[in-house]
Ligand binder design. Sequence first.
Ligand code: KIV
Ligand code: ZN
Length: 520
Amino acid sequence: MADHIAVFDTTLRDGEQSPGISLNMQEKLEIARQLESLGVDVIEAGFPISSKGDFEGVRLISQQIRKPVIAALARAVRQDIDRAWEAVQEAARPRIHTFIATSDIHMKYKLRMEPEAVLKRAAEMVSYARSLCPQVEFSPEDGSRTRPEFLYQVLEEVIRAGADVLNIPDTVGYSTPEEFGALIRGIQKNVRGIDNVVLSVHCHNDLGLAVANTLAALENGARQVECTINGLGERAGNAALEELVMALRTRKDFYHFQTNIVTEQIYRTSSLVSSLTGVHVQPNKAIVGTNAFAHESGIHQHGIMTNRETYEIMTPESIGLKKSQMVLGKHSGRHAFEERLQELGFHHLSADDVNDAFQKFKDLADKKKVVTDSDIEALVSEELVQIPEALQLKYYHVSSGNSLIATASVRISREGRTVEEAACGDGPIDALFHAVERAAGLDVNLKDYRIRAITSGKDALGEGTVKVEKDGRNYVGRGVSTDIIEASVKAYINAINKMLHDISQNPNNSDRQKEAIEAV
Ligand code: KIV
Ligand code: ZN
């Protein structure tokens, strides 16, 4: 039988470390739920010592998500390990993932520690973590640039101290596939006790080699892969889960491995992560980009029509991309709508969520003749993560043209009080955002704004994404409508509501900012 490869997803930890991303607890939980449906073996839910938000997120996920192992990251420091354990102890299968850098450059300039002290600390902290938690993973940070003899020594010591999983990171994405494969082979050959632990890899994508390096490691004995949805992660990101898994599936004639991933959930997971993080997927991204299954040239289209396999090495259906069906219209009833939600995989919506989604569906069906699966998915994803709406849009009006100054007026209710304001701007959106800002009485730092069509046709749904910043934290808002101005203002208000909610939950600014993690 093909060897099993454990998939360790670190979207909520390394992915969340991507520049500009910060997810609130409900968003993290929603992603964790989807990762569970996707079938990942391990969810690295966060780095609990780094902030109160990270700690609470890991704790909530540990309480609610029962199938996968839930891992929490900790430096090889007692107080990190205590905090990680506090956050994951209620998980059905908790894991502490502790790390310390082992390359000469990191030990000398970052840790300012001698190799002997690092060796001792690694073993002591693995042993300490093991005294608390039934599963411990250890990572020698910057493993690929560590002197192999020292790396073997550290790995042997942590195995003796009780580590269950040894993870070799290519922290700065420096390795090449041949080199990284040889490193894993060397570890298999030279580290006593290696057969009693799981060997894992964690590759960064600075040279675009993360997936290739991970696959090379599998060919040489690694049996756990660390990866993220859409390849998110520090700098250029981590190995993309969808690319790894589809490479293993599509080329099983070559790799002979199997995973627990339900590949038909890949597309939904990628879309959810993209919409909650506000990081759009590039169109030509392998597997999940909008062009990944699009055939433009006539020769290709002809080939596909005659035999799909001429130009398609995997089917769109295998990642869960279905052709949008004309499912429902304005005469469809609630029963048909609920049935469609079930078929689309929305199983855990509350009765209130279904009511709200049904109302939105009815409104949309009044504007569009047919409502497709993609329309429904877009509407429902607005319901998935809800935060209290401190600001509510009651009305807006915009006027703009190429020979007049854009002006906008809005009526907003803020905690029961109705406020009206007007403003001018460089265009209709700018004017509208200024008017909202005035009505809300807030100074909003707009960092990013995007609009795109999420379904096709003249009456397509548009999705607005807005990122705002306060005290070093980013808040991503999303709005969906057939009218792009409405989608934009909904997204802006959604982002502000997330910001206000976060401030009300964490009034102390310093708690809301991720603490700078100093070297140990
Ligand atoms: O890239 C890295 O080295 C890490 C470790 C904490 C595993 O993310
Ligand atoms: Zn990393």
